[in-house]
Design a binder for this molecule. Structure first.
Ligand code: ZN
Length: 438
């Protein structure tokens, strides 16, 4: 697929790559992969390896700063700071945080959604419903008063690390604070907002409708959408990015994902056809405009689907257009025959079950699957049959399925909701179509 890029995008891509290879210590060994400046910039990118979290751990922090920059001076002036992320992949990483760049990356992403670009001014009131392990203020024992959860224009609605522990009083407080604070933007972890919405819906409460609800932090499932839509009429948009890369894709008002091409270069690597390629693949992100932190072809760890038409009815045509983000590669599961199943593919199957609050699928072995369900349905026998039929159709007739009922499903230690888990660590390199790279 040939995407539309501005001449500035090509220039930035070239400067970033050449600066990284020439001046940034972490990429010194990558020079051996470079075919040279006679080659087009895309060919040079494609020849480079992917940057992993392991590489980041090995070289941070100094290894990602160009040789002519003084990290100590940057830290002392407050231009940068060092932050530790919880991260969804195994272990946490310490990153170089450049607030000015982060804010600029976010502002550029708003242009990709007409509601966000109309409403977000940069000093609008914004409520955040996120896991306090990831952002905001953590207090599992005592409830924090509102003034202890404020930070400039932000209000953090939740201070708990596990939404399963939310009391009805705490959820009533969230509803009351939305009404008082009147956020223009509600930024939400979809699993947390869905939990609040189940309570609001069951108890027929009224809620304040913000100008736009932006999902971040995790993959929003069909169930999350359904539960949130029963309560909120506000436009919904999913914003895709990571701590390392800033804002990478933003969902427009027509529902597709547009590349934030002013702030990043994206390489799409398709999977092998037997695993869903060439439209399904992984994304590698190179950041622009951050002089303190050079991320080149960072493997963000998610699977994405290229939009086959290459167009969007919103009219935006710069950069890659995705029809969907399909969830974390680390959370892919596999059919009995070994085909990769993305969290979204599983999600699209399980949405057919009626009256389900939450689910998580644990693949225990190559042919053994354990479906954890939260449901108030009384006909569990029928539900078991329906779920087993759907999962056998997806994973194979010989799949051994068991259903486990739970009162609630807690997030992972990272603070994020998990759709599915494979029985082993997924090495994505094995599933990439190497003949199709870039
Ligand atoms: Zn669009």
């Amino acid at each position: 697929m040939k995407w539309n890029y501005s001449p500035a995008y090509h220039d930035r891509s070239l400067v970033i790559l050449e600066t990284a290879l020439g001046q940034v210590p972490a990429y010194r060994s990558w020079r051996a992969f470079d075919p040279g400046s006679d080659y087009p910039v895309d060919v040079r990118y494609a020849a480079m390896p992917a940057l992993t979290k392991k590489d980041i751990r090995e070289h941070l922090p100094q290894g990602f700063i160009p040789g002519d920059r003084d990290m100590k001076a940057g830290l002392e002036s407050g231009e940068i700071s060092l932050v530790k992320t919880s991260g969804s992949i195994d272990v946490s990483v310490t990153n170089i945080w450049n607030q000015k760049w982060w804010d600029a990356s976010e502002r550029a992403s708003w242009k990709l959604n007409s509601h966000a670009s109309r409403l977000a001014t940069g000093n609008h009131p914004e409520a955040i419903l996120a896991n306090s392990l990831n952002v905001g203020f953590l207090s599992d024992e005592a409830d924090l008063p509102m003034e202890k959860r404020r930070l400039s224009r932000f209000l953090y609605l939740n201070e708990k690390s596990n939404p399963v522990t939310w009391s009805t009083a705490l959820m009533d407080r969230m509803i009351a604070e939305l009404k008082d604070f009147q956020p223009v933007v509600l930024e939400a972890n979809p699993s947390l907002l869905a939990r609040l919405c189940r309570y609001v819906f069951a108890n027929k409460k009224a809620v304040f409708q913000p100008g736009i609800i932006v999902f971040t932090y995790e993959y929003p499932t069909n169930l999350h959408y359904r539960q949130i839509r029963r309560v909120f009429t506000s436009p919904l948009a999913s914003s895709y990015g990571t701590t390392e890369t800033g804002y990478v894709f933003m969902q427009c008002e027509a529902g597709k994902f547009h590349q934030n091409s002013e702030f990043c270069h994206v390489d799409f690597q398709p999977l092998k056809p037997e695993h869903g390629g060439p439209l399904l693949g992984r994304i590698l992100v190179t950041t622009f405009n951050n002089p303190w932190y050079y991320m080149i072809r960072f493997d963000v760890g998610d699977l994405a689907r290229i939009d086959e038409s290459g167009k969007c009815s919103c009219g935006r045509d710069a950069g890659i257009i995705l029809s969907a983000v399909e969830g974390r590669a680390a959370n892919a599961t596999f059919t009995v025959a070994g085909r990769l199943v993305t969290p979204r593919e599983l999600d699209n199957v399980l949405i057919k079950l009626e009256n389900i609050d939450e689910f998580r699928l644990d693949q225990v072995k190559a042919d053994v699957y354990e479906l954890h369900l939260v449901s108030s349905r009384s006909d569990k026998h029928h539900l078991n049959e329906e779920a087993t039929t759907l999962l056998k159709k997806l994973y194979g007739r010989s799949a051994k399925i068991s259903i486990v009922y739970e009162a609630a499903i807690s997030p992972e230690p990272s603070g994020k909701y998990c759709v599915s888990k494979p029985p082993f660590t997924v090495d994505m390199e094995k599933y990439l179509d190497k003949t199709e790279l870039n």
